[in-house]
Design a protein around this ligand. Structure first.
Ligand code: UDP
Length: 319
């Protein structure tokens, strides 16, 4: 089995690559290293079953070749991270929409099963907790650039489902909820790697807003397991799935937990959203997935708790 992974040198992509190679699959990566890093796949580079193309998914001739070579496509390449999205809105919208358009058009030409990695951002600021796959999306106004990310990923989902219904392309959509683990960078704002690095460097741990907002953090290995099982499941085709955990923690408690586990004497500093991001920034208060559907389809049940995950990230950064 040959898997093409767009964004394969990224945080989730590199873990997926590693897992597929371990199972004896062949993997083709295409990654433009915008947020991915060669460092993430350095330990895999000698594996004869891996081929790596440092290029953009917007390169249609290359993508035409690669999609013909593979059996299935994991489409993970996207602009991610709230900070990146606010700083580079054009790139976000173009990568997410035009890139996905190219991947789906070619996947359809050669009828290759495609899994689209989407995001819990598509629920927007809905307060209908826990989020079920068929719930409404609630987005803010277009003058707030944060929502362009949610909208661009929602368009990806619409397009994927349109290809499924209209052209019978086998499509699966997975909405990832705050995936965390080793190799995730804090550079684009992600909270867990940020807190761990701050605590280890004895810098202040920066909690944005009042810290009472909460998230459910999922270990990347649980996510990667889920993606592979969904890809195998015939009944998953044409469906949307949440991948996450129901274990909720406030950002303030996360800061305290990281401080305790790193035995750091960093102070916990509260920074208003306007200063942390941009004026008028809108954050989600809570974000909790309902994982009943994915549990029913593939027996998904997250195996790794937050403490273990934070420990893995601490060890990663200490190295
Ligand atoms: N956050 C924080 N300090 C940081 C980075 C993020 O308090 O240094 C907050 C952020 O405002 C949000 C939560 O942590 O409420 C999760 O942020 P992240 O960017 O990791 O993911 P999001 O859920 O926003 O996609």
């Amino acid at each position: 089995m040959v898997s093409l992974i767009t964004g394969g040198a990224g945080f989730v992509g590199s873990h997926l690559t590693e897992s597929l190679l371990k199972k004896g699959h062949k993997v083709i990566i295409v990654d433009n290293l915008s947020t991915g890093k060669l460092e993430n796949i350095k330990h895999l580079r000698d594996n004869p079953d891996l081929s790596v193309h440092i290029d953009t998914i917007l390169n249609e001739p290359l993508m035409t070749e690669l999609i013909q070579e593979c059996d299935v496509v994991y489409h993970l390449a996207a602009a991610v991270g709230v900070r990146l999205i606010i700083e580079n809105p054009v790139e976000t919208i173009e990568t997410n929409i035009i890139g996905t358009e190219i991947v789906l058009k070619l996947a359809n030409r050669y009828k290759k099963r495609t899994l689209i990695a989407s995001t819990s951002e598509v629920y927007g600021k809905s307060d209908n907790i826990p989020f079920q796959e068929d719930n409404d999306s609630v987005f803010g106004p277009t003058i707030k650039s944060r929502w362009s990310y949610a909208c661009s990923k929602a368009i990806d989902e619409f397009l994927g489902l349109a290809y499924y219904h209209e052209k019978k392309l086998p499509i699966i959509i997975a909405r990832l909820f705050n995936t965390v683990g080793p190799r995730q960078t804090g550079r684009y704002g992600m909270v867990v790697p940020n807190f761990v690095q701050q605590a280890l460097l004895k810098h202040p741990i920066t909690v944005f807003g009042d810290g009472k907002q909460s998230r459910c953090f999922t270990n990347v290995s649980d996510v990667v397991w889920g993606l592979q099982e969904l890809m195998k499941k015939e009944e998953a085709i044409g469906q949307v799935f949440n991948i996450g955990t129901g274990d909720e923690i406030t950002i303030e408690d996360l800061a305290k937990l990281v401080k305790e586990m790193t035995e750091s004497d960093s102070e916990i500093q509260y920074i208003p959203y306007d200063e942390a991001y941009v004026s008028g920034f809108e954050d989600m208060r809570r974000r909790v997935p309902d994982i009943t559907k994915i549990s029913n389809y593939i027996g998904y049940s997250p195996q790794i708790d937050l403490r273990t995950t934070i420990q893995q990230i601490i060890e990663y950064y200490k190295k």
